[in-house]
Write a protein that binds this ligand. Structure first.
Ligand code: GLA
Length: 384
């Protein structure tokens, strides 16, 4: 796993790296757009990983970050304390700034560092490729510094890098699962308290890629988050102590609907409903009730589509075809507006995936890529 990153580092910089770490992408089983609203999420890590090899910075260039990625090939060279690079290296610079503040970076040469990145996590497919990068970079750099950070602290560094430096107003889900994931487990994460529960996950799950790509920082996620904040502001008139939208009592739905106008009403109804669904889904999964669990996935998709308005026609085609073919459940995963859908099938089911591909082919003239996903491990350092 670490070999390509080590070789790539050596090719780019003419010397071997001093530390290597990797982190996974994720799919979220249920709990969409709840994390930044203080609600629960239920993601698993996938086998696709990003690997980051690091070493000291170039000589006579204090405070300089040199970064390369197999995806882009150009060497990025930047004084990261003064300037935030554009594109993927901004995440790395954000991580450097956060680690510097924590004194968890080598202090010599003003924090100069070299980084080489290899990855098998698809970009823009809703699989949290940026969190895999930020978490792997944080883990590798902490190892280089000989510092010790807990997995939760690594997740915190990566989260603040994305949120405070890159400016994507994401929640804590992606970085937390990339840091804390356990093989064959889903993670129930309560995002307001950061309470976690590992739940065994052995079901057969496929990922169907709609092929529609989205750019998060440019867009709709920030807009939705602003809408949710506006909803909380208005709802505080009803419930003065309300902090998180997800904490609105589910039994007061009528009151919520009366207090809000569209589109805030729909957004808030989604968040409150999705919060209840996710907690119930975690209980059902724990008891092995896959059929009922799957039914909640369909409900979640419908709520994302109708109320949160974050689906795409291609995703709806996949989910509808899954339902017709008798899949246990299916829904978009991640922010939405493109990316991939998950499809949950029984152990013996052989016909659902081909049926989805045929339906998609009929509508869009191409066959969507499909991969089976297994719940994988979180970030770790790799052997040199
Ligand atoms: C993106 C964000 C996550 C989460 C999802 C929606 O993937 O990075 O933090 O908000 O959208 O559930």
């Amino acid at each position: 796993m670490s070999r390509p990153a080590i070789d790539f580092f050596r090719d780019a910089f003419g010397e071997p790296p001093r530390a290597v770490a990797s982190a996974p992408g994720r799919v979220n089983l249920i709990g969409e757009h709840t994390d930044y609203n203080g609600g629960p999420v239920l993601p698993i890590a996938i086998a696709e990983r990003t690997t980051v090899a690091v070493g000291p910075g170039p000589v006579n260039a204090p405070g300089v970050l040199e970064a390369v990625s197999t995806r882009y090939h150009k060497v990025i060279r930047v004084r990261w304390q003064e300037e935030l690079p554009k594109g993927w290296a901004a995440y790395v610079a954000g991580v450097l700034r956060e680690l510097w503040a924590l004194e968890a970076l080598p202090r010599m040469d003003g924090g100069g560092v070299r980084i080489a990145v290899t990855s098998t996590v698809p970009v823009g497919a809703g699989l949290a490729s940026s969190a895999a990068l930020s978490v792997a970079a944080a883990k590798a750099l902490v190892t280089l510094a000989g510092a010790t950070l807990t997995p939760r602290q690594v997740a915190g560094v990566a989260f603040r890098a994305e949120c405070d430096h890159v400016g994507v107003r994401c929640g804590v889900m992606d970085q937390t699962i990339a840091a804390l994931a356990k093989r064959e487990h889903a993670l129930l994460l309560e995002c307001a308290s950061l309470e976690t529960r590992q739940i065994p996950f052995h079901a057969r799950l496929f990922l169907v890629d709609s092929g529609v790509r989205h750019n998060l920082s440019a867009g709709r996620l920030n807009e939705r988050r602003a809408e949710c904040e506006a909803a909380v502001k208005r709802l505080k008139v009803e419930l003065p102590e309300l902090v998180w939208l997800a904490s609105w009592p589910a039994q007061w739905l009528l009151r919520l609907k009366r207090a809000l106008r569209e589109p805030l009403r729909s957004r808030a109804v989604h968040v409150v409903g999705e919060t209840a669904r996710t907690r119930l889904a975690a209980q059902l999964l724990e008891r092995g009730r896959l059929k009922q669990f799957g039914a909640l996935l369909y409900e979640s998709h419908e709520s994302c589509r109708r109320l949160y308005d974050c689906s795409a026609p291609e995703l709806d085609t996949i989910v509808a075809a899954a339902k017709r073919a008798g899949a246990l459940g299916a829904r978009l995963t991640g922010a939405g507006w493109g990316g991939a859908a998950i499809v949950l099938v029984s152990k013996t089911d052989k016909k659902t995936i081909p049926a989805i591909q045929r339906a998609f082919q009929r509508s869009y003239g191409r066959t969507p890529p499909v991969m089976e996903v297994a719940a994988s491990a979180g970030t770790h350092t790799e052997r040199l």
